[in-house]
Design a protein around this ligand. Structure first.
Ligand code: ARG
Length: 283
């Protein structure tokens, strides 16, 4: 009798075999993390922030990436820039081009200088936009296309600016719920063709656009969206996500991904989670 051993490791019917690709990430430790001002509905200046706890949760995230075989580079945090831990907002680095952020709020303007310095030190000539763009908070690459959010932070007009700088087509998506103020709070890129999103965070027109482009997308429930469960980092197989997003973790598992939960509850007080803390340097 012959045993078909390949069947034992084959993916479940209906799912695709997923593969991981090594990634390069930039992170900034939360030494100066605080909630000193309110620029999104998650922030509350009366809530106490435990910096040591934020640091240890952040360190766990960094070690998770390293354990998965990814490269993590650090940017020095700057005193007086409490949101600098949300490195994703520093810019968009893709196709050999680094577009530095232009922040909507004056409180975060100084971060652009620090991230531009990192770009310069790493062989990029940082390019600027004339309109507000909050980096990978609002610009997410799916394969060779850029998805771009607007409505709260990034200016719709910056979508075309960034697309021209990096030489990629852009799909504009409009956000409608202030809790989901950046695209990366409402939509997750899982691999070069797969996304997950929370439909109520988008206008009807943008929902139709997403449904048309990604018929196989994972739609997450409110319980997951409201713990910033979509604020994830995927290498194509492993999806590092907020541990509280248990429903989404099950959906990922069923779709052939490997969810890796991380507790970033302290950083949620600033309105960010896994993806916010991670700037991906795309090749
Ligand atoms: N407090 C920060 C802000 O409101 C959080 C940024 C979160 N970053 C992100 N990529 N969504 O700007």
């Amino acid at each position: 009798m012959t045993l078909d051993i390949s069947a034992a490791s084959a993916p479940t019917a209906g799912t695709t075999a997923r593969t991981a690709r090594p990634r390069r990430y930039v992170m900034t430790p939360p030494h100066f993390f605080a909630v000193d001002y309110v620029i999104n509905p998650w922030m509350d200046t009366s809530s106490s922030v435990d910096v040591d706890r934020a640091l240890s949760q952040w360190e766990t995230l960094r070690q998770t990436y390293i354990g998965l075989g990814h490269a993590v580079e650090l940017v020095d945090p700057v005193a007086g820039l409490p949101d600098m831990v949300y490195a994703a907002n520093g810019g968009t680095v893709i196709n050999g081009t680094a577009v530095v952020a232009r922040f909507a709020h004056e409180e975060r303007a100084g971060e652009a200088v620090a991230y531009a310095e990192w770009m310069s030190r790493n062989g990029y000539r940082p390019v600027e936009t004339t309109h507000v763009n909050e980096g990978q908070g609002d610009f997410l690459a799916v394969g060779t296309t850029l998805l771009a959010g607007h409505g709260f932070r990034t200016d719709r007009r910056a979508h075309d600016e960034v697309a021209a700088h990096v030489g990629m087509p852009v799909v504009s998506l409009e956000l409608t719920d202030p809790r989901f103020y950046h695209l990366d709070t409402a939509l997750a890129v899982l691999d070069d063709a797969t996304i997950a999103y929370y439909p109520p965070a988008f206008t009807h027109q943008s929902r139709a656009t997403l449904a048309g482009l990604f018929p196989g997308a994972i739609e997450v429930a409110s319980a997951d969206a409201y713990v910033l469960g979509l604020n994830v980092v995927s290498d194509g197989l492993h999806v590092v996500l907020p541990s509280a997003a248990t429903g989404f973790a099950e959906q990922l598992d069923a779709a052939g991904f490997r969810p890796v939960g991380v507790d970033l509850s302290e950083l949620l007080k600033g309105g960010g989670s896994v993806k916010c803390c991670t700037l991906e340097v795309h090749p």
